[in-house]
Design a protein around this ligand. Structure first.
Ligand code: TXA
Ligand code: MG
Length: 324
């Protein structure tokens, strides 16, 4: 079992793996990450191999304090710095102009680098102990749903990774919001843990770049975040649907009738969108393990964190069983 309690001894052990050019999985507030030294290209290669991730998909680099930015970026605009100061540590990834010393494998040859400070004590301690910036994508096989528990990581990548630090369930449960600035404009490359409305204070020119426009965010394939089981989004799950034994159900909140049963997951009994986000990937993992023909997913309110959940549901619904 590569799962380890996050004691200081174990965090040091994970840090020594990373320092020696290996990979280790660790919790963040968003999802679990698979980390390697951001300045060691051959360590980064191991991440791509473990995840079977194509090399054209760049990684996010994690730091533990704003003053580490200087190791990674050539310069930052005042808007970028304001955003970093406001939202870090937290689920906001900012795309900066990179320093030449950041290896090309990290950025897929782009002149930019994606950076964030995670709001998770274990992740921060690991970065500090490793004494380097840690490049880490979500710790799942490429295009599969992200892990929000150590067990999810072990089930998916347990044979690929020596150590998984167990930080329990991720508090946010959705990946970070990824942004890039252009002058005063904020481009949203991926919706995530920071609601877009929170960014309006910093710019009145915010544009969401749609999935599949590969130039902006190479990893944002239309079918990212897919379980193996086919997913269909519906307005409401009906009693008829419910009688089909091959169907699984993802409810936003507790339905009024006599569901749920063992083929259904409820994101938040009270209909709380934060709780729904935190439970979202776990619910998909659970349903995906049941070998169902189809997962029917009820729409969630399409605003704030709800938009980030809907974005992932739409992507999941675009991939069919059997495709990879
Ligand atoms: O919450 C998160 O962001 C988690 C945790 C571990 O921090 N990480 C994560 O990483 O979701 P990953 O690799 O699964 O997604 C990173 C996304 C990819 O879609 C990638 O294309 C995009 O970030 N990205 C990375 N560097 C970029 C860059 N320089 N320009 C545009 N997009 C970039
Ligand atoms: Mg990912």
């Amino acid at each position: 079992m590569p799962i380890y309690k996050p004691t200081s001894t174990n965090i040091k052990k994970a840090a020594s793996i990373i320092k020696a050019g290996g990979i280790a999985a660790f919790p963040t507030e968003t999802v679990y990450g698979l980390g390697a030294d951001a300045f060691n290209p051959s360590a980064a290669v191991k991440i791509f191999e473990a995840k079977k991730r194509p090399f054209f998909d760049p990684l996010i680099v994690h730091i533990s304090a704003i003053d580490m930015l200087g190791r990674l970026i050539a310069n930052a605009s005042s808007l970028e710095m304001e955003l970093a100061e406001k939202f870090w540590p937290g689920p906001l990834t900012i795309i900066f102009e990179k320093k030449k010393t950041v290896p090309d494998i990290i950025t897929a040859g782009l002149p930019t680098v994606a950076v964030r400070i995670p709001a998770n004590r274990i992740a921060l301690d690991l970065i500090n102990e490793s004494d380097t910036a840690i490049a880490a994508p979500s710790a799942n096989p490429f295009n599969y749903i992200s892990p929000t528990t150590a067990l999810h990581v072990e089930k998916q990548l347990g044979t690929e990774v020596e150590m998984i630090l167990d930080g329990g369930e991720c508090s946010v449960g959705l990946e970070s919001t990824i942004i890039k600035t252009e002058g005063k404009k904020i481009l949203i490359l991926r919706q995530g843990g920071i609601e877009i409305d929170l960014l309006r204070e910093f710019s009145d020119d915010i544009k969401i770049i749609s999935a599949g426009s590969s130039v902006e965010s190479p990893g944002q394939m239309e079918y990212h975040y897919s379980p193996a089981t086919m997913v269909k989004i519906v307005d409401k799950i009906t009693v008829d649907d419910y009688s089909n034994p091959g169907f699984g159900f993802l409810f936003f909140k507790t339905p009024i009738c006599d569901y749920p049963n063992e083929r259904s997951e409820v994101l938040s009994n009270a209909g709380d969108i934060k709780e729904a986000a935190a439970n979202f990937f776990s619910a998909l993992h659970t349903l995906d393990e049941k070998g169902l023909d189809l997962i029917l997913a009820e729409k969630v309110p399409d605003s704030g964190l709800g938009s980030a959940i809907m974005d992932r549901l739409v992507k999941a619904s675009k991939r069919h069983k059997g495709e990879s």
